[in-house]
Structures are given as structure tokens and as C-alpha cells.
Ligand binder design. Structure first.
Ligand code: ZN
Length: 174
């Protein structure tokens, strides 16, 4: 309401309510907060890891056909970029949907420290069962951080993970 299209009018009403009717600013901010639009904010982090995409039930030819160079028997590395998008309303006191320092700490602590410079197939339990594709990585990362993001009061919206310049996956928790 106050902060959308009609800024000047909104401000006048706001001042009137505060100064003439002594309605507390905190009450008005809480009311305005409920009316504010949803905003999406993204933090990017980075890690390097090795993997191999290989289905042991298939022949080497089939694996090469499906996975190409990613089926190379002695593993290979990628530089992964992860984009974590948080959804929420702007906190009127901080102006934030989520404090990006806090989000960055969660990502560094729970994701980057776990995956950076690792062999995904050998070092991460989850990928002993699932193939470490970007699709599975996006779901894995979602599950790693979802609860912690909720505890901040914000909502996880999307995990995007980019493996090469041309290939990326997005997961929305569905
Ligand atoms: Zn690969």
C-alpha cells in the first residue's frame, strides 16, 4: 500500500496516522509488511569437484553414448556455480528478504565446505547411490539447506547449479 505506486499520498497518510492519531510506527510497518510484494533474491557460490557419470548396468558403449566425456573412467572435474534464490517479503526494519551474510554463511558452511575439492562419487554418501548429475546435485543441495533457510524466516525458492557454460539445472522443491 504506502510503498507501491502512490508513494507521496501514502507518505502523507502515514504521517497523519503517526502524528495526529498516534498510531505506532511499528504497527503501521507490520501492516505495510503484510501488503508488500514478494521479492526473490539470489546468492551465488562456487565449488570445484570431480565426478563420473556411469551406470554400471550398462555397457561402456552405452555409457559413452549417454554420458559422453562425463563417463570417462578416471573421473574429471567441473567448476560448479550455485545460485540460491530465496523468496520473501521485505522486512521493513532491515529492508532485506534475508540477510545475505547469513545466507552466504549457510552456503559456505553446509554446501561449499562439504563439496569443494571432493570426488562426488567417492566422498559423498548420497552419490554412492545417485549419479552426481546436476539434476541430482540441485535436489541434494536443496535438502542440505532448506531447514536452515526456513529458520531464518525466509523461504527457499530455487537451487540453480551450473556445470558448464551451456548446462545448468534448476530445482524448485517440487
Ligand atoms: Zn562431468
Amino acid at each position: 500500500m504506502f510503498m507501491n505506486n502512490d508513494n507521496n499520498k501514502g507518505l502523507k497518510v502515514y504521517n497523519l496516522l503517526v502524528q495526529k492519531y498516534f498510531i505506532s510506527e511499528k504497527f503501521l510497518l507490520t501492516f505495510a509488511y503484510r501488503k508488500l510484494n514478494m521479492v526473490y533474491i539470489t546468492r551465488k557460490e562456487h565449488f570445484c569437484a570431480a565426478h563420473k557419470l556411469y551406470n554400471k548396468h550398462w555397457s561402456p558403449e552405452e555409457n559413452n553414448k549417454v554420458f559422453g566425456k562425463c563417463a570417462s573412467p578416471n573421473f574429471h572435474g567441473h567448476n560448479y556455480d550455485i545460485y540460491v534464490t530465496i523468496k520473501g517479503k521485505i522486512n521493513p526494519e532491515s529492508g532485506f528478504v534475508i540477510n545475505l551474510f547469513e545466507l552466504s554463511d549457510i552456503l559456505k558452511h553446509d554446501v561449499v565446505e562439504l563439496l569443494d575439492h571432493k570426488n562426488l562419487n567417492l566422498d559423498i554418501e548420497y552419490f554412492k547411490i545417485q549419479l552426481p548429475s546436476i539434476e541430482n546435485l540441485s535436489v541434494f543441495i536443496w535438502n542440505l539447506i532448506n531447514k536452515k533457510i526456513k529458520r531464518t524466516g525466509a523461504q527457499l525458492h530455487c537451487i540453480k547449479i551450473q556445470e558448464t557454460e551451456n548446462n545448468f539445472a534448476e530445482y524448485y522443491g517440487e
